[in-house]
Design a protein around this ligand. Structure first.
Ligand code: SF4
Ligand code: SF4
Ligand code: SF4
Length: 286
């Protein structure tokens, strides 16, 4: 039996035992499990999925999920204020784990660039030195997240700093049939139809690719992709959604901007002030 995954690769076949094991997976995650198993077998150069492959991939996936959950839990726990205490909490959406087809940027590349900068600049220790209390709490830490697309599964809107993948659509309407599918597909109501032609409102467009996929005539293509930097999001007693700082084509372009913002916080942030409160105060200074 052959399954046709999202990449429509027909090369893999499944033996009967592996098929039976897959059928026992809950319907909601069956397609995800199938993709993960096939990805592992392809990576190993195989062309057939057997029960052992299925069990190995399932175990790897469970381990990865529990490892991510553990990292996330550790980042939220209070820790003694002593040298080496981790002060930067990184998170990214789980597009690779989930087999998500939406990422517009390589989230691992962007988060790694931010990690590298943090390590080279000693950001964690510099942040720790600003905290005078004996215990470091979650709000003392700098939360940085990366999401592969505007759906924002890593909650960029409530992160101190965040990068969100985007790609603005380009309309070439020679073949447009005026169907309006693009306008209907837009979650942000950024397209209206005027005289049977789509008109896009750039201010509303978040840069996903729903309209690109929806167009039956191939009139909409993706422009170059990049990351939208956001800053100052927080929950708590006085929630604040992160502001958009700018759009950048690569990690190399965004890193000087992140560095400038964090260095300003280190220099001008008040004692025990959380980053988002500093950001709001800094931006209101006129
Ligand atoms: S943020 Fe986008 S790319 Fe990342 S998991 Fe969510 S839908 Fe997929
Ligand atoms: S890219 Fe997304 S947000 Fe922008 S117009 Fe198309 S569907 Fe709407
Ligand atoms: S979906 Fe394509 S063909 Fe239909 S109105 Fe939009 S641009 Fe034109």
């Amino acid at each position: 039996m052959k399954f046709f995954g999202k990449n429509n690769d027909p090369d893999l076949s499944w033996d009967k035992n592996a098929q039976d094991a897959l059928k026992k997976a809950p319907v909601m995650v069956r397609s995800l499990v199938r993709n993960k198993v096939e990805q592992m077998v392809r990576d190993q150069g195989g062309d057939k999925v057997c029960l052992a492959d299925f069990q190995l991939a399932e175990q790897k996936y469970r381990n990865m999920l529990s490892g991510k959950a553990m990292d996330s839990m550790k980042g939220k726990m209070p820790t003694p204020n002593e040298p080496g205490a981790p002060m930067v909490v990184f998170s990214s959406c789980h597009n690779a784990l989930a087999g998500c087809q939406n990422p517009l940027i390589d989230t691992e590349e962007w988060i790694q660039a931010i990690r590298d900068w943090s390590e080279v600049e000693g950001i964690s220790e510099k942040l720790r030195e600003k905290v005078k209390a004996d215990t470091i709490k979650f709000h003392n830490k700098l939360k940085i997240s990366v999401s592969g697309c505007p759906n924002g599964c890593s909650r960029p809107q409530v992160s101190d700093l965040a990068v969100v993948g985007f790609s603005k659509p380009v309309f070439e309407l020679e073949e447009c049939v005026g169907c309006g599918d693009c306008a209907e597909s837009c979650p942000d109501h950024a397209i209206i139809m005027e005289d049977e032609r789509p008109v896009r409102d750039d201010a509303k467009c978040q840069g996903c690719f729903n309209c690109t996929q929806a167009c039956p005539a191939g009139c909409i293509t993706l422009s170059s992709r990049g990351g939208r930097l956001m800053a100052g999001g927080k929950l708590g007693r006085h929630p604040h959604l992160a502001d958009t700082v700018g759009e950048y084509a690569s990690p190399r372009e965004v890193m000087p901007v992140i560095d400038k913002i964090v260095q300003a916080f280190l220099e001008k942030g008040r004692e025990d002030e959380r980053f988002a409160d500093f950001w709001i105060r800094w931006n209101r200074r006129g």
